[in-house]
Design a protein around this ligand. Structure first.
Ligand SMILES: Cc1cc2nc3c(=O)[nH]c(=O)nc-3n(C[C@H](O)[C@H](O)[C@H](O)COP(=O)(O)O)c2cc1C
Length: 161
């Protein structure tokens, strides 16, 4: 069975996800990153996560074995941050509050939580690369996530958390 990419995107949009900004550093040490919802917890022991990175992303070359990334879980008031990190060719960090974590990648102010990782494996995944990261540090607090569903940003109802 073959399915048109547009229809596949529509179907996949029915799977609700959180929204993350994955930060990394380029070869000159400058902060870089992208908005991503292809993220999952993979293993507790050892502590591993998986992300999917588009081979066409400008920051793609930052994701190679032994390099670092941090997954920032966006909160419901960070829709603008999500849009910003999903926009090519801009200075994504201009005017943004952040600090470098233990692995050197950016931890964004206002995020619900983060996992700091070191890349251990990269696997081919069609037009994306499946990147496995070993967690070197992690923190979370707060309870109002930004949600992505049917191609739109959503928020949890006020009474649900
Ligand atoms: C809600 C949302 C989820 C996204 N998820 C991913 C993802 O999981 N992987 C990915 O490579 N791009 C994803 N993107 C697209 C990238 O954020 C976007 O293409 C970004 O500009 C790529 O980085 P670049 O500026 O370095 O090219 C997503 C965009 C949005 C709005």
């Amino acid at each position: 069975m073959s399915i048109e990419p547009q229809e596949l995107r529509r179907v996949m949009g029915h799977f609700a996800t959180g929204v993350t900004v994955i930060t990394t550093k380029d070869k000159d040490g400058a902060p870089n990153g992208l908005t991503a919802n292809a993220f999952m917890s993979l293993s507790l022991n050892p502590p591993l996560v998986v992300i999917g990175v588009d081979k066409a992303a400008q920051c793609y070359s930052c994701f190679e074995p032994q390099s670092m990334f941090t997954v920032n879980f966006l909160s419901e008031d960070q829709e603008e941050v999500s849009r910003r990190f999903a926009t090519k060719g801009i200075d994504k960090f201009a005017g943004l509050q952040w600090h470098a974590g233990r692995n050197g990648a950016a931890i964004l102010d206002g995020a619900l939580g983060y996992v700091e990782c070191k890349i251990t494996q990269c696997h081919d995944g069609g037009d994306h690369t499946i990147v496995v990261g070993e967690i070197v540090d992690a923190k979370a607090s707060g309870d109002r996530p930004l949600i992505f569903f049917k191609g739109k940003y959503q928020r949890m109802p006020a009474s649900s958390v």
